[in-house]
Design a protein around this ligand. Structure first.
Ligand SMILES: Cc1cc2nc3c(=O)[nH]c(=O)nc-3n(C[C@H](O)[C@H](O)[C@H](O)COP(=O)(O)OP(=O)(O)OC[C@H]3O[C@@H](n4cnc5c(N)ncnc54)[C@H](O)[C@@H]3O)c2cc1C
Length: 368
C-alpha cells in the first residue's frame, strides 16, 4: 500500500481537473509543481487588486454545456465578452473582421457593399495560393491583409508572409454582421475573483509541494504513489532521447500605470510590423475593474530555446513525427497517465483540456 493513490506532476488545468475527479472518488493525491505557485498557465497574480494573467490573457469560452456547468459549479463567471481591437498605426479596427471593421476601413454600410470590395480585392491572386500572403489575399483581399494580418503574422512567426506556407491560414472568419464578439461559442466569461478561485477549488484536499521538479527525483516520487499523472513536456520525460520538440515562446513586459483606464479594452492587437509587440493586455477590463491604477502587459513573440517557457507547439511534419516517437514510448509506461498541452504536444483551449480530463477520468474511475 503506497502513501498516495496519485502523484500528479504539474498543477495546471489538466492536473487540477484530474485531482478534483480523483478526490471525488475518495483518492489521495500529491501534487508536485516546479514553479513557486500552482495553477499552470491560468495562474493570476494580484497587483493592486487587479488579477494579472501572468502567462498570457485567458478567456474561457466553450460550447460544451457539461464543461460550462462544471466550471460554474466551482466559480461564478462574469459576462466578459472578448472584443479585441486592432491598432494599425493609430487606426483602430474592431475584430474579428466584421461590418464594423469594413465600415471603418472603406466607409461602407451594408454587407453587399463590403462583399463587393472584398471580392474585387481577392482577384489580386489567381490560381492556387503559393504562400501565406497569397492565401490571405485570396480569402479577404488586399486591404485587410496589409493592415490587419501581414505585420501581426510576421511578428508572430518571425518570418515574412511570403516565406510562410499557405496552410497556416486555412480560413479567415469574415462576418457580414455588426458583431464584435470574437468567439462563436455559446458560453464565455472570466471567473469572478480570477482564475485562482477555480484553481484553489480544483486542488482542495490535495497535498501540494511547489518548487519541485518531478523529473529531478522521479524514482522517489514514483515510489510514493500507485500511479503518476504527468503533465510536463513529453520529450523531457524521456530525457530528450530522440531530440527536442520545438516550441514558440513569448516574452511579457508588465507595467503598473498610475492611470485608471489606459486603452479602454482588455486586448489591443498591434498589427503593423514596426511595433515590436503583438498585443497589449489591460488586465482590469477582464473583470470590469474600477481600481485607481491599471496594469498592462506587452506581449512579444519569441524564438524558443531550452529553459524558456514553451507556449506554442510547432506542429509541423518534423516535430509531429518526433512527437509520435515519444508517444510510442509513453504507451509502454505502466501506471502513468500523460495529459495536458505539454505531454500531448498540442495547443489546447481550456475547455478542450477539461473535456480530455473528463474522458481520462471516465476511463480511470469508470464513470462519465
Ligand atoms: C499565451 C496563451 C494564451 C492562452 N489563452 C487562452 C484563452 O484565452 N482561452 C483558452 O481556452 N485557452 C487559452 N490558452 C490555453 C491554456 O493555457 C491551456 O489550455 C491550459 O493552460 C492547459 O493546461 P495544462 O494543465 O495542460 O498545462 P499548463 O497550464 O502549462 O500546466 C502544466 C504545469 O506543469 C508544470 N510542470 C511541467 N513540468 C513539470 C515537472 N517536471 N515537474 C513539476 N511540474 C511541472 C508547469 O510548471 C505547469 O505549471 C492559452 C495559452 C497560451 C500559451
Amino acid at each position: 500500500m503506497k502513501q498516495y493513490d496519485y502523484i500528479i506532476a504539474g498543477s495546471g488545468l489538466f492536473a487540477g481537473v484530474f485531482a478534483y475527479a480523483a478526490r471525488q472518488h475518495g483518492k489521495t493525491c500529491l501534487v508536485l509543481e516546479k514553479r513557486d505557485h500552482i495553477g499552470g498557465n491560468i495562474y493570476c497574480e494580484d497587483v493592486e487588486g487587479i488579477h494579472v494573467h501572468k502567462y498570457g490573457a485567458h478567456i474561457f469560452h466553450t460550447s460544451n454545456k457539461k464543461v460550462w456547468q462544471f466550471v460554474n459549479s466551482l466559480a461564478e463567471f462574469n459576462r466578459y465578452t472578448n472584443s479585441p481591437v486592432a491598432n494599425f498605426k493609430g487606426e483602430m479596427y474592431n475584430m474579428p473582421f466584421n461590418m464594423n471593421t469594413f465600415s471603418r476601413m472603406w466607409g461602407v454600410s451594408t454587407p453587399a457593399q463590403a462583399k463587393a470590395v472584398i471580392d474585387e480585392q481577392r482577384k489580386a491572386v489567381s490560381g492556387e495560393p503559393k504562400n501565406l500572403e497569397e492565401q490571405a489575399i485570396s480569402l479577404v483581399g488586399t486591404d485587410i491583409y496589409e493592415k490587419l494580418i501581414k505585420g501581426y503574422t510576421e511578428k508572430q512567426w518571425g518570418k515574412d508572409c511570403k516565406d510562410l506556407p499557405s496552410f497556416i491560414i486555412k480560413r479567415l472568419p469574415v462576418r457580414y454582421t455588426y458583431d464584435n464578439n470574437y468567439f462563436n461559442d455559446l458560453y464565455q466569461g472570466i471567473p469572478i475573483g480570477g482564475y485562482n478561485v477555480l484553481i484553489d477549488k480544483l486542488f482542495e484536499g490535495c497535498d501540494i509541494r511547489t518548487g519541485v521538479d518531478y523529473l529531478a527525483d522521479r524514482e522517489t516520487w514514483r515510489s510514493m504513489g500507485e500511479k503518476v499523472v504527468y503533465t510536463g513536456m513529453l520529450d523531457a520525460y524521456f530525457d530528450c532521447c530522440y531530440g527536442e520538440l520545438e516550441y514558440r515562446s513569448l516574452r511579457f513586459e508588465t507595467e503598473l500605470l498610475d492611470e485608471e483606464n489606459h486603452q479602454g479594452v482588455a486586448v489591443v492587437n498591434y498589427t503593423d510590423r514596426e511595433t515590436p509587440y503583438t498585443r497589449v493586455i489591460e488586465h482590469k477590463h477582464f473583470e470590469f475593474g474600477t481600481q485607481p491604477k491599471t496594469v498592462i502587459t506587452r506581449e512579444y513573440p519569441a524564438d524558443w530555446t531550452t529553459g524558456m517557457e514553451p507556449y506554442y507547439p510547432v506542429n509541423d511534419a518534423k516535430n509531429q513525427e518526433l512527437f509520435e516517437k515519444y508517444r510510442a514510448l509513453a504507451t509502454k509506461e505502466e501506471n502513468v497517465i500523460f495529459g495536458g498541452r505539454l505531454a500531448e504536444y498540442k495547443y489546447y483551449d481550456m475547455d478542450k483540456v477539461i473535456e480530455s480530463v473528463m474522458n481520462a477520468a471516465a476511463k480511470e474511475f469508470g464513470d462519465a
